[in-house]
Design a protein around this ligand. Sequence first.
Ligand SMILES: Cc1cc2nc3c(=O)[nH]c(=O)nc-3n(C[C@H](O)[C@H](O)[C@H](O)COP(=O)(O)O)c2cc1C
Length: 192
Amino acid sequence: MIKLPAPELFGKVSLEEAIVKRRSVRQFRTQTLSREAIAQLMWAAQGVTDPLKGLRSAPSAGALYPIDLYLASSDGLFRYHARTHSLEQFVENDVRPSLAVSAFNQDSIAQAAITIIIVADYTKVKDHDGERGVRYTDMECGHIAQNIQLQAVVLGLASVPIGAFQTTDISATLELPSALEAVYLLPVGYTQ
Ligand SMILES: Cc1cc2nc3c(=O)[nH]c(=O)nc-3n(C[C@H](O)[C@H](O)[C@H](O)COP(=O)(O)O)c2cc1C
């Protein structure tokens, strides 16, 4: 378990500047990200912003939080634990090339320093809200992805949201339990 540094809450880039500068970028340098940058991205995605109520950086229907975040880098594969703001490593190989193949050879995944994988547990919301819960969960993935992309801009990084991939192949690479399904892949890194 790797405890991540606390997030910076006062960035130097305005929200408006981040919005205007956000672009999908598909070419990355191999330069790795600092632990601080990774911590900031994970916090923007799903960090706890109200510890008393357990609420997070992105809205969630009924505050059910049916999303898990995985992170792939050259060091291996990690799961993010929002409540402790930490990463749990469970694979030591670099799975980014395998993820890229599962995404129809989208090379950005293998190139970028990290790829964040947004994974949904649809069973959590189906039990609560039925089929509508599935829609809510997909909406929530969009909220999280946008937070990641805007935070990336603030950190001087680039990203691309990837929805085109073979879901079952990604599940196998990530060793996902059967209830979980990858919804979005976000390569994040320094652009060329
Ligand atoms: C749901 C969704 C899925 C996407 N999937 C991919 C993808 O698989 N590969 C890719 O390169 N870009 C993908 N994109 C990025 C779009 O191509 C991109 O947002 C669009 O061209 C507009 O450019 P911009 O993001 O720079 O504004 C996806 C975007 C969305 C919203």
